[in-house]
Design a protein around this ligand. Sequence first.
Ligand code: ADP
Length: 586
Amino acid sequence: MSQATESDVREDGIIESVSGPVVTARDLDARMNDVVYVGSEGLMGEVIEIEGNITTIQVYEETSGVSPGEPVEGTGAPLSVDLGPGMLDAIYDGVQRPLDVLEEKMGSAFLDRGVDAPGIDLEKTWEFNPEVAEGDAVEPGDIVGSVPETPSIDHKVMVPPDYEGGEVVAIESGNFNVEETVAELDNGEEIQMRQEWPVRSQRPAKEKETPTEPLISGQRVLDGLFPIAKGGTAAIPGPFGSGKTVTQHQLAKWADADIVVYVGCGERGNEMTEVIEDFPELEDPTTGNALMDRTCLIANTSNMPVAARESCVYTGITIAEYFRDMGYDVALMADSTSRWAEAMREISSRLEEMPGEEGYPAYLSARLSEFYERAGYFNNINDTEGSVSVIGAVSPPGGDFSEPVTQNTLRIVKTFWALDADLAERRHFPSINWNESYSLYRDQLDPWFVENVRDDWPETRQWAIDTLDEEAELQEIVQLVGKDALPEDQQLTLEIARYLREAWLQQNAFHDVDTFCEPEKTYRIMDAIQTYNDAAFEALDAGVPVEEITDIDAAPRLNRIGVQEDYNEYIDELEADIQEQLRELY
Ligand code: ADP
């Protein structure tokens, strides 16, 4: 987080009251959303209400020991993030203080109060390569050069969006730190590698476009049944033990995004520690580089102050937008938005606002939608195209999806991946419930799948959906009367649906090959099961008893396609064997 810079309105106020993270001050000259430093320790806070000469502040640090009468210092600037090279591979707290720097300063991972640290290293030098020349005209947002930030990502240095732009009068290559000027314009504007942006304002873009490309995850149930678009929004509610962490890791690892921003918001310390310890070990499967080379982690654990849950969400989305402006596809994962909502509830109740449903403030829905609204596929102001996809985890207490945070989120997001504790208990992974989940992007992404995978992708998928739907209906009857009471064709449908579940929907995140499934393979598995289906129903029509059809020894081999590296050859052979073995029955 940047220190406030426009320090023209510096005027001290006096603390009037302290209630947890909410502090009121008298006689403070500040505007809404300004950053202020609270108390003699200078804790960072943000103005959230002004009434007469009383200013209400939410404080991003622990406030115990702070008392009335202590000073509050205004900065005159809104809460902003530092943007520039050095954010990838970083781990930040909720107000963009790098955890490693703080750890060095404090000697512990638990942050002390009133410590400030710039979001990006101000001394480190980077190799700047100009992409425009003296005499060129540049507009706000234009790329003037790039920096090889990590082995995976070229960081683009852009004219800040709030500059006027003009003709480049000086620019040179070389090694600079982020505060040194790398380009100068004829109107006197100077461009550094570092820029600041207020976290609550969306970075401008020319146009938000309708997303038409999927964010491929390599997970069959997602790409096959519930795809998210690049620039799309998804919610993933995860009751405890349902595989939320594994799913999030899989997405961070495999989603075909250039940049991943992972916001750990208010989850228990040990879960965040898991992420902080795991991520640096992970390898980016497509480049072989460290996954952290394209990842920025923001960690605000449950033992950190609640108000900072809000700032970490906004910090994350602003960083995501900044990389979007460079023309990158960014995936932002927020885990968990429920903890952020709980923070809103706590602050709201301390402000004695009128509570809405289950004590959440009435503006819960507006806040959530403001956040998800910042996702999208954009034509940027520099004419590059970039996207921010937002995947928000929700933790409904007791797995009850009717609670307000889940419900409000569902009204906003277009993809819903319902993790299911029962499936997890039966060791069906990923435990995404195919009956409850949905994706409103399915139709608009079909042309991409038709063009890039197979012509009959939509039809084959529809067949799979219909079969799974039929199974769900038949299961109700089976529970009453048993499977044997069903007519033979329905027994066969159940068998086919079982293969769809076991061979197609289930996927082992811990198997070297099965962990990632390209769309072509997702299609071929589904298609192989359909081949079995068609040949099996032909045999049934020819009078072969259902047990004989389901007993052929080729069929169980369907369950092993996922782990085959040379799946094409394996499937060709398997399909031929299935047809031959069934043909032999009549
Ligand atoms: P949560 O975060 O919801 O509490 P986890 O993500 O830690 O749950 O998952 C619990 C366990 O479920 C994991 O340790 C793992 O054994 C299993 N699991 C979850 N997802 C998968 C998967 N896709 N493939 C294989 N095992 C999985």
